[in-house]
Design a protein around this ligand. Structure first.
Ligand SMILES: *[C@@H]1O[C@H](CO)[C@@H](O)[C@H](O)[C@H]1NC(C)=O
Ligand SMILES: *[C@@H]1O[C@H](CO)[C@@H](O)[C@H](O)[C@H]1NC(C)=O
Ligand SMILES: *[C@@H]1O[C@H](CO)[C@@H](O)[C@H](O)[C@H]1NC(C)=O
Length: 357
């Protein structure tokens, strides 16, 4: 009896310790328990450092508030590796404060879709809110897969999805059957994830690649697993102590009632050895929650969230949801307003049809 009680007590202590450690997202948080072991479905897919350097520039450019210079690809962030990019459509959902573009890139020769992160006045407030996000929507057709309603509807229930699908159809008709790269930073990474999943189901997993920078968690373990099988060509880049990839928190003991990242993380960090600082890019395991990557440090930095590969990733204007647009000699072929959204496009806009996409 006494021995049993003792055993129980020590088990309780262990459990409590585990809970505390896990809650703190500590490096010691159990590596094995509760972490998914996912079968890599595209073991041939590798992290490409050069590609990441190119794609992060698109994730930065989509923050541009001057829509004319964005559409004509003459904005200050529209240089460097992205030269020669042809924008097909810029979508600004004014009501929901969202922005995205679709275009065709010379290298890698592909359709690129980029989503902007939050434009709220204070990034810190947005990050604080992230802590409390609920898993409150069941992903359609996946009874166990839960996601956050806000991220989900920002892609599925706004003008974005409809416009993006239309632009891809037009681009593939005009430029041929190009592969698709979806990118986004921060909340834009969350939207990019839903978009890549949507497009993979629609066009096939081999046609779609996803790369996000500092994205939050978007769904539970069942969702992460489903995501891994549907969008195997996924790289989720995290940077040093960036706080956002740590949110909403992951609690391994909550089973399906916790958020859980999908694979594959690539963790950018510095190793300081005396006076020598080395930049390292760790390609993480296929669990989505590799304890030796960003989870091995505390997520305490907003500064690390706003810069990836030395590229600035935040708004270029001070206001909330601001944008400017040139009116003279219209460089965009078509301007269109629908459901509180402004759309600049290279192809004619039909009155919104009720076709099911
Ligand atoms: C990496 O991406 C760059 C840019 O698209 C490409 O030129 C290069 O061939 C890729 N490398 C590999 C090993 O796939
Ligand atoms: C989608 O948006 C419509 C109109 O804004 C709203 O009535 C509906 O409840 C939304 N659906 C979801 C799943 O949020
Ligand atoms: C540096 O990155 C490599 C490649 O991902 C990894 O194998 C190695 O463990 C990393 N080194 C450190 C000290 O994190």
């Amino acid at each position: 009896m006494a021995a049993k009680g003792g055993a129980m007590a020590s088990m309780l202590v262990l459990l409590l310790a585990a809970l505390l450690l896990a809650s703190a997202s500590s490096p010691a948080a159990a590596a094995e328990q509760g972490v998914l072991r996912m079968k890599p479905t595209d073991s041939g897919y590798r992290y490409n450092h050069t590609l990441a350097h190119i794609l992060v520039e698109y994730a930065s450019a989509v923050y541009t508030s001057d829509l004319t210079s964005l559409f004509t690809w003459t904005c200050p962030r529209c240089t460097g590796h992205t030269k020669g990019f042809e924008v097909i459509e810029v979508i600004v959902d004014v009501e929901n404060c969202l922005q995205a573009f679709v275009g065709v890139a010379p290298d890698p020769r592909s359709i690129i879709i980029a989503f902007r992160g939050t434009q709220q006045h204070s990034v810190s407030n947005w990050i604080e809110d992230l802590f409390w996000k609920q898993l409150d929507v069941t992903y359609p057709g996946m009874p166990d897969a839960m996601v956050h309603h806000g991220f989900y509807t920002a892609y599925y229930n706004t003008t974005l999805r409809h416009e993006i699908l239309k632009s891809i159809q037009w681009a593939r008709k005009t430029y041929g059957k190009l592969p698709i790269n979806v990118v986004g930073h921060s909340m834009g990474g969350a939207l990019a994830s839903f978009c890549a999943l949507d497009l993979s189901v629609k066009f096939g997993s081999q046609e779609v690649e996803l790369m996000t920078f500092g994205q939050p968690r978007v769904g539970n373990p069942a969702f992460a697993e489903y995501f891994g099988t549907q969008v195997p060509r996924t790289i989720r880049v995290t940077h040093q102590n960036d706080v956002v990839p740590h949110l909403p928190p992951y609690y391994y003991y909550l089973g399906q009632w916790t958020y859980h990242h999908f694979a594959r993380e690539v963790w950018l960090h510095q190793i300081i050895d005396g006076n020598v600082v080395t930049r390292n890019e760790t390609v993480c395991d296929d669990s989505g929650e590799d304890p030796t990557c960003s989870r091995s440090v505390y997520g305490i930095s907003v500064a690390d969230h706003l810069e990836y590969y030395g590229v600035t990733l935040h708004s270029d204007s001070r206001g909330t949801c601001q944008f400017v647009m040139g009116t003279a000699n219209s460089v965009y072929s078509y301007i269109h307003e629908v459901d509180g959204a402004i759309i600049l496009s290279r192809y004619p806009q039909e009155p919104r049809a009720l076709e099911s996409m």
